[in-house]
Design a protein around this ligand. Structure first.
Ligand code: COA
Length: 431
């Protein structure tokens, strides 16, 4: 049977995350670095790990701080870790934490590391706001002026239009299309109705609410004492609606195509703040330190398609490759975690899994197959829980392995769609 890692098995030992909260709400006073530090410290403490064992930190973030772009290094400088820990930051849009996890796993599989922490953080409450090109040209010129009078002369050139700030958009740089517009396009191409999307969103909220109520989801969340005052503590996600109904969802107006659209605030993932981290080790190291791993990485694959086509459909190309690398097929998979950027995207991906055309595009003669919905996102997903871009991959890895263990399952598959037409899939196994 094919095994990732040429014999060196990579164990996933533990995972934890902050609450995921809507941006501009409970965690808006904390930036991504602060959340990342907090969650890595929590992971080390929960795992009762001596920080001296950690050899690497790999972290993902999508909208980095301009003044501290290597978030991984900042995160690694916590008191619990020695200063000699390697740390690097990765970006693969919404699959950034997955990229961090597979990069850390590769280091372990290669024998370069035995213990690594991977994850990601995102604060969409704290995105950098940039000056316009005109304004920055003037500021640079003013900073080089030799006299105060010269500086003032240059600054006098500032016009009102120069003061208009530039904020990062959730749009494709290559096409200008926003994610929401892409989801609309995919709904139309794949014949996904508004009703199907709202039913899927309702399911996401109901399952997440059940996971909160019985403690399965809350067990994965580290309560956060909110800096800088530490007067409030946040212990749960604030996007999960225990009380939403199909009628409420159906009443919402489309956001991205107001006239003919079907994608609403209710069936999209919300803009979210949060962080998550995973502890990875070589199997031998995990055993020698006395850990019972949550599971093992069996295979993974990345894929890409033209961003101007169906932006969020590349999981359909990645999943069959990951399954084939694992020597498995969909019927072997006990549980699936698919990142829910939009209900329309998940439902389009599921249709793609059943399509011969998409299978052929991925290089296979048979489609992945029809996903048994009772095995899919059994504790909800990003539509209800939220989606801090750089952190979601850590959340779904933890949830998939915890739930696989609870159910006594053997194999789990996760998929993540990402900006740029990128897609990710990973197969994990227990024992
Ligand atoms: C869709 C989006 C624009 C909505 O933003 P928003 O308008 O700030 O969203 P809100 O949370 O304020 O919701 C809008 C309304 O819908 C209602 N609503 C949202 N979800 C609901 C639900 N599940 N049930 C009932 N009502 C709901 C809200 O209560 C609010 O109502 P109000 O206007 O009466 O207060 C934003 O979440 C977004 O851009 N999401 C996509 C993010 C993205 O592109 N991610 C990339 C994925 S890879």
């Amino acid at each position: 049977m094919p095994r990732y890692g040429n014999g060196r098995r990579v164990a996933i030992v533990a995972g934890v995350r902050t609450p995921f909260v809507k941006s501009g709400s409970a965690l808006k006073s904390m930036n991504a670095i602060e959340m990342g530090k907090l969650i890595v410290a929590e992971l080390i403490q929960r795992a009762e790990l001596d920080g001296k064992e950690v050899q690497g930190i790999v972290f993902g973030t999508v909208v980095p701080s301009v003044v501290a772009p290597n978030i991984a290094r900042e995160v690694s400088l916590i008191p619990a870790l020695p200063k000699g820990v390697q740390a690097f930051t990765v970006s693969r849009a919404c699959a950034s934490a997955n990229q961090a996890i597979t990069d850390a796993a590769d280091q372990i599989a290669l024998g370069h590391m035995d213990v690594a922490i991977a994850g990601g953080a995102e604060s969409l409450s704290n995105i950098p706001i940039l000056h316009s090109k005109g304004m920055s040209d003037i500021l640079v010129a003013a900073s080089k002026a030799k006299t105060m009078a010269g500086r003032l002369r240059i600054l006098a050139r500032i016009r009102p239009k120069d003061l208009v700030p530039i904020t990062p958009a959730i749009a494709e740089p290559s096409t200008g299309e926003t994610m929401g517009e892409s989801a609309e396009k995919m709904a139309k191409i794949n014949g996904i109705t508004r009703e199907e999307q709202d039913q899927f969103a309702l399911r996401s909220h109901r399952l997440a609410a059940a996971g909160m109520a019985d403690g399965r989801l809350t067990a994965e969340i580290a309560p956060v004492y909110v800096a800088p005052k530490y007067e409030t503590v946040i212990a749960t996600d604030n996007g999960v609606r225990h009380d939403t109904s199909y009628d409420q969802l159906a009443a919402l107006r489309p956001v991205f195509d107001r006239k003919y659209g079907s994608v609403t605030a209710g069936n999209s993932s919300p803009l979210t703040d949060g962080a998550g981290a995973i502890l990875l080790m070589s199997e031998e190291k995990a055993r020698s330190l006395g850990y019972e791993p949550l599971g093992f990485l069996r295979s993974y694959a990345y894929a890409a398609l033209d961003p101007g086509e169906q932006l969020l459909q590349a999981p359909v190309l990645a999943a069959p490759v990951a399954l084939s690398r694992a020597g498995l097929s969909l019927k072997d998979i006990d549980l699936l975690e698919m990142h829910e950027a939009f209900a329309a995207q998940v439902l389009s991906n599921l249709k793609g899994f059943e399509s011969k055309e998409w299978a052929a595009r991925a290089g296979f003669s048979h489609p992945v197959g029809e996903v048994d919905r009772s095995r899919l996102n059994v504790m909800g997903g990003s539509v209800s829980i939220g989606h801090p871009f750089g952190a979601t991959g850590a959340r779904i890895t933890t949830t998939l392995l915890n739930e696989l263990r609870r159910r006594g399952g053997q194999f789990g598959l996760m998929t993540v769609c990402a900006a740029g037409g990128l897609g990710f899939a990973m197969v994990v196994e227990r024992a």
